[in-house]
Design a binder for this molecule. Structure first.
Ligand code: PMP
Length: 395
């Protein structure tokens, strides 16, 4: 039986997968079981930040695997503490909690915000979470409730109480929704799954001002945008707005499962021992991998590169859009770009796949580009040749 046949029988039917079995990756390339090569412009959906099997990360994981794989958070380990220290050097946050995924980071951030809001205000009713429509924050119940897209909710109600949904990029709606009972405003600086839609500066500034005015936490979900993806370590830096709490995952481990909540000292101290925990969170293997990823980002100047190379990719996409008439708009920052298609995006993805390019469709008419941050101009040129052919043949 083939891998795909076996998967169809044995795995829960949760994913609409493309018919490819991947067996190997190196840099920006991956290979399938038949030996066919692909340029990977999905990168695990913004996960493989330093590419596949970067030698430095491989070496760090091998070394740690020979020393200590795991121990409970009942004890301390150096990789976890060093990673926390590094993250506090790279960002304006003083405290870190480690978990294993984006959804988990969001869950923990929501708990932290409610605890903080109650303890600072003394009000039991200060628990509301204001979120944006069209957002995506994950699939566990808190994160799912925060996700402002009804299609993800269908069949799973009742959701959590205490959430309010406002239109993204509407400072006016935010002003109306935020008040004395608000514990947190949770936003993506760029809505990723929502179609790669950047926030307007006015919207994020209004969120900052309202959160401060009402003693609520501003939480940025930077699970997709964080760790250099947009050309800054955190996407919030583009806006000159600082959240109180930031959620990270995806690119942080470069492919090893790790998530993190970063918080300002004062907010972080609302947690006391026993309030929150994770068995695997901050495990020595995952944190060693992540430390190596951050080293590679620095040594190879990848955050700055993401900005430069991202601008090149955006410009070339706009040219192709004009030439073919099939891309209507290109948006995003750094190496997180979305191209709005005049044809069904999934059909374009299928044509690209045949020709050796992995791409991802978000929504019906948006192609998402999130290649590893090490991607070079020649690889972009090759990928865009393939995209151009694919666009031409899809009606
Ligand atoms: N937040 C954002 C902004 C995301 O893009 C995602 C994943 N696409 C998540 C949270 C959930 O992350 P995970 O799948 O690791 O739980």
């Amino acid at each position: 039986m083939s891998c795909i046949e076996l998967a169809e029988k044995k795995l829960m039917p949760t994913y609409a997968r493309l018919p490819v079995v991947l067996v190997k990756g190196e840099g920006v390339r991956v290979w399938d079981a038949e030996g066919k090569e692909y340029l990977d412009f999905v990168a695990g959906i913004a996960v493989n930040s330093v590419g596949h099997c970067h030698p430095k990360v491989v070496a760090a994981v091998k070394e740690q695997a020979g020393k200590l794989w795991h121990c409970s958070n009942l004890f301390y380990t150096w990789p976890q503490v060093k990673l926390a220290q590094r993250l506090t050097e790279l960002t304006p946050y003083q405290r870190v909690f480690f978990c294993n995924s984006g959804a988990e980071a969001v869950e923990g951030a929501l708990k932290l915000a409610r605890k903080y809001a109650r303890s600072t205000s003394g009000r039991e009713d200060k628990y509301e979470i204001v979120v944006a429509r069209n957002s995506f924050h994950g699939r566990t119940y808190g994160a799912l409730t925060a996700t402002g897209q009804p299609r993800y909710h269908q069949g799973f109600e009742p959701l959590l109480p205490g959430f309010r949904y406002i239109p993204y990029n509407s400072p006016e709606a935010l002003e109306e929704a935020v008040g004395e009972r608000t514990a947190a405003i949770l936003l993506e600086p760029i809505q990723g799954e929502g179609g790669v839609i950047p926030a307007t500066p006015e919207f994020l500034r209004a969120a900052r001002e309202l959160a401060s005015r009402h003693g609520a936490c501003l939480i940025f979900d930077e699970v997709q945008t964080g760790v250099g993806r947009t050309g800054r370590f955190l996407a919030q830096e583009h806006y000159g707005v600082e959240a109180d709490v930031v959620c990270l995952a995806k690119g942080l481990g470069g492919g090893f499962p790790i998530g993190a909540i970063l918080a300002k000292e004062e907010v972080a101290l609302a947690f006391s021992p026993g309030d929150h925990a994770s068995t695997f969170g901050g495990n020595p293997l995952a944190t060693s991998a992540s430390l190596a990823v951050l080293e590679v980002l620095e040594e190879e100047g990848l955050v700055h590169r993401a900005q430069e190379v991202g601008e090149y990719l955006k410009k070339r996409l706009e040219e192709i859009g004009k030439d073919t008439g099939k891309l209507q708009e290109v948006r995003g920052l750094g190496l997180l770009l979305g191209a709005v298609t005049a044809v069904p995006a999934r059909a374009v993805v299928t044509e690209c796949l045949k020709r050796g390019l992995l791409l991802n469709a978000v929504k019906e008419q948006v192609l998402r580009f999130a290649p590893p941050l090490i991607v070079g101009k020649e690889e972009i040129d090759r990928a865009l040749e393939i995209l151009r052919e694919a666009l031409v043949c899809v009606e």
